[in-house]
Design a binder for this molecule. Structure first.
Ligand SMILES: O=C(O)CCC(=O)C(=O)O
Ligand SMILES: [Fe+2]
Length: 212
């Protein structure tokens, strides 16, 4: 079955959950063959040396800091999108329209990167909105790890009460699972894993203030 038909059933669920509680976790959002194709592309880019250490902080003082964030990333570019990436964009475009219709967030685009966390890598507790920049509105993370076992670790820990250490929800990064949440509300972190951990992470953005 084409992915579009399998995912369309989830758009209302995702929109309702974001509206009601600010986050949603959808196991099996995309079928295995689709996840497999995206994972192969991430691995091929990695083998070609196209994934780069992610930096921390704003553009002007970017830093590399393993204690904060240890993943390697590759930003997707529309002009170089593969067929499966284009299909993914079409799916997320429909989700964007649904979110805009019901939540009035004014989302206008999705920016996406592949991420690979080598064994032991973490991403410390953080918020996806940088101070003074509220363009990132909704974070969407699609996991690409086939046969991921809970004992490998690598959970996403989503804090439900601001910066408070509890309560939280842990999500195992099993291939096909989508996690989406309001970028300005939820602190979260990536726990270390014993295996390489692969994902496609994106942010629906609203337009920033126009330049003077
Ligand atoms: O991969 C994840 O589970 C979360 C990644 C993340 O928090 C980020 O890239 O900002
Ligand atoms: Fe994040």
């Amino acid at each position: 079955m084409p992915p579009f038909e399998t995912v369309s059933q989830y758009f209302d669920l995702i929109t309702d959950n974001i509206a009601n509680q600010g986050y949603v976790i959808v196991p099996g959002f995309l079928p295995d063959d689709f996840i497999h194709a995206l994972r192969d592309e991430a691995l091929a880019l990695h083998e070609a040396g196209r994934l780069k250490r992610a930096t921390v902080g704003k553009a002007e003082n970017n830093q590399l800091d393993n204690k904060v964030r240890g993943d390697l990333i590759h930003w997707l570019e529309h002009t170089q999108a593969s067929p499966v990436q284009r299909e993914f964009s079409a799916i997320m475009e429909t989700l964007r329209e649904s979110l805009n219709r019901h939540l009035f967030l004014g989302l206008f685009e999705l920016e996406n990167h592949f991420a690979i966390y080598p064994p032991g890598a973490i991403y410390n507790k953080h918020l996806d909105q940088f101070r003074g920049n509220e363009e990132r509105q909704v974070t969407c993370i699609l996991y690409l790890n086939e046969d991921w076992k809970a004992e490998y670790g690598g959970q996403l820990r989503l804090y439900l009460d601001g910066k408070e250490p509890e309560p939280y929800i842990d999500t195992v990064p099993l291939g096909g699972t989508l996690v989406a949440f309001l970028s300005g509300r939820f602190w979260h972190e990536v726990l270390p894993a014993s295996q390489p951990r692969i994902s496609l992470t994106g942010w629906f953005r609203k337009r920033g203030p126009s330049l003077p």
